[in-house]
Write a protein that binds this ligand. Structure first.
Ligand SMILES: [Cu+2]
Length: 115
């Protein structure tokens, strides 16, 4: 009987842990104009200066960037602005024109795929 209660309590604690962990990381998918490994590197560079971004992935087929972030340190708006600062469109935020100009020719819009 005692061990059953112990197992039950263990289960409750594990569940509580998962809820807390889930609360510390959110995920967002942002449509961007990024299209290749170099674009990935450019965004990665910008994200190293962006507080609260834990990790991200770029889908080179459709430009979708999936970002895992800490919601107590940053928010989707700041993440979109960071992508814009790297030279890429991010949802409704257009690429920062100066950063876009500095991109390698192959990373400019439509060079790898037609919109
Ligand atoms: Cu590129």
């Amino acid at each position: 009987m005692k061990s059953k209660i112990g197992t039950f309590l263990f289960g409750v604690i594990m569940l509580a842990n998962q809820v807390v962990l889930a609360g510390e990381e959110n995920e967002i998918v942002i449509k961007t104009s990024a299209q290749c490994g170099m674009c990935y590197d450019n965004i990665k560079k910008e994200f190293t200066f962006t507080k609260g971004v834990n990790s991200f992935q770029l889908n080179e087929e459709n430009g979708e960037v999936t970002v895992k972030y800490n919601p107590s340190k940053t928010n989707p708006e700041k993440i979109r602005k960071a992508i814009s600062k790297a030279g890429y469109d991010a949802d409704d935020i257009p690429a920062n024109p100066k950063a876009y100009e500095k991109l390698d020719a192959c990373c400019k819009k439509g060079e790898h795929r037609k919109e």
